[in-house]
Design a protein around this ligand. Sequence first.
Ligand code: LUZ
Ligand code: MOS
Length: 760
Amino acid sequence: MNHLDPQRHVRGESQYLDDVPEQQGTLFAAVYESPLAHGVLNGLDLSAAQRSPGVVRILTAQDIPGRNQIGGIVPDEPLLAEGHVHFRGQPVALVLARTEQQAHAALKLIQADIEPLPVITDPRQAAAQGELIVPPRTFRIGDSAGAFAGCAHVFEGVAESGGQEHLYIETQGAYAFPTELGGVKIISSTQGPTAVQRHCAVVLGIGMHQIEVDVTRLGGGFGGKEDQATPWGCLAALGAFLTKRPVKLVLDRMADMRMTGKRHPYSSDFKIGLDQDLKILAYEVTYYQNAGAAADLSPAVLERTLFHTTNAYCIPNVTAAANSCRTNLPPNTAFRGFGGPQGMFVIESAITKAAEALGVLPSEIQRRNLLREGDLFPYRQPAEGCHAEQAWDTAAELFDLDGQRAAVAKFNQDNQLFKKGVAMMPICFGISFTKTFMNQTRALVHIYTDGSVGISTGAVEMGQGVNTKIAQVAARTLGISINRIKIESTNTTRVANTSPSAASATADLNGKATELACLALRERLLRHASTEFAVDYEGIIIENEQVLAAGIPAETTWEKLVSSAFVRRVALTENAHYATPGVHFDASTESGHPFAYHVYGTALTTATVDCLRGTYTIDSVQIAHDFGQSFNPAIDRGQIEGGAVQGIGWMTLEEVSYNNEGRLLSNSLNSYKIPDLYSVPAVLDVHFLDTPGHPNAILRAKAVGEPPLMYGIGAYFALRDAVRAFRPGTALPLVAPLTPERVLGALYPEFVTVGQLAAS
Ligand code: LUZ
Ligand code: MOS
């Protein structure tokens, strides 16, 4: 079964926000952004812009009829700046004009009177000044302070990881239409239709029932549209509500890069203690998360960092403290992995530092400390169905770790100016929203009288193939062809109060709700068949569109079953609710069972560094991954490949850079590099481990969205290994991304100093 959409994508038939035909009278919106990162907003001069050709109206905070508030977790974020500006790119005013060009032309005529205030871009500086988004949190198990005393080896260090631009192909946007009862319908490029609906209702001061949000598909999200599609939806809705005309707002690429938040950069202190046998006895870590100017999802991201503090390892004594630090950058947000990768980078850094100091391979420490069945995570959920060792050992054997190491050693002996490196990267990722209440959704399934089926759920298709999977689940459960099934747009009037499509849980949650609805419909139809044909209900099945049981006529097809059920007034619609069983968490003790299950795997990565130039290639990434029982290996493999490459980008090429005034320097694809086809490893193997899956996973096929991103961390350590082959024994900073500039600096520390991009 292939992904259902790509053929339509390639033919240009798939409908995105910008493909919606424009209604007559549509106004085009453009956002006036704060030109400074921090300051007092004394006034706005809109007069010239208001006289500009085509301008119909310019909206500011004063025009908001409800509350000027779109904070998702903490109410600390205005839709339009009021009194102060807190980051460069913060929306201050909205120009509505007859054409997009006229709206953009008018932006240039707006003058803001802003009194500058000091700008903070560094999270540690923010923490030192008490600028925390929420109080710090600490996860604790055992007694780390006490355990260090008994350690043979103790190492300390600092690790830093950078931001990451989502770079969804479709930029942020929304198209809003006034509706007849004073409400608004919004077509939004969002992962969270309900989030857009809820915040629009607050901003407009009307009920959620007056707001309808509809999503057909997104051209990518990666977390960037989990919370941060909301401002554009609200701004378009505000325009439509006040002017009674349709309003379309689409960000161009550079505006999107300037105005939206990214993956959180982290700066972290770590301390790791091992015994003689390389068992990790104690680990302490303090994270400083660069949250940007408002909370957005930062507290939840911070929490997921804590949940992934020890990656795939069992460490008996852990203290992990986390600070979410307020800076004058655009609010950072969800990004595939959601804080997990940042936490895992630090423990891998600590292990590598220890290994380098002890003169052993990092893999010796890694392998010795992998989780086993029943081991406790620092939040006291046991590892259940643990495949950490199986994944590692399979990868090591199947991909011949020893042989590859020997070949690399030989290569490094034979070559002076090119060096190769190797790294193993185990992963363990928890599946579920960490906020237990978010693990719920619904599915609405209609069987039409001709036997075709329409399905609505809370799932948003963003390229990940969730619609294909839901259609497969329905086809299997009902025993019919997938060609009869249509997955409808995601719409808040059909499925309400949904969580965003996020946390790798979308196929599990919405697939399970669909399965429940289809099971109920199947049972109803089979009961009808048993009455109609006077046969025992227990023996009847539907298979390949045939209704089968002794006593049922051979020509009884799905279509006949459905039409006869309709005539007998059997309900052909079902609405099912699914809530993940067994998940709970108590924040007062920082313990519980937050995850439905964990996903495991291991990647073996090799890289080659050109030691004259600092350039490099990631040669191979070979992965043994725990899919459970995949029912769509094509889609699932694609997620692993894409995630691994996106993770490699985060760890190597992609450098989000702001200057000290909070201005984004990496503001286009000239200065922000992402992996392209040429930087994908020539060898990218994905082995499907033989694992049973989990009953909470849809059809026992485990979640695949976020876990593979963290395989990319292996690329960082493979490069580091290669650099150390050129300069044995050198102490390298643990700073990511390891760009070619940083590699050159590491190869020639006496000649090359790596600073920031020059301010342009
Ligand atoms: N969003 C969220 C997420 O609200 N909670 C989560 O735990 C999460 N995890 C990953 C990605 N998005
Ligand atoms: Mo995501 S980071 O699961 O939107």
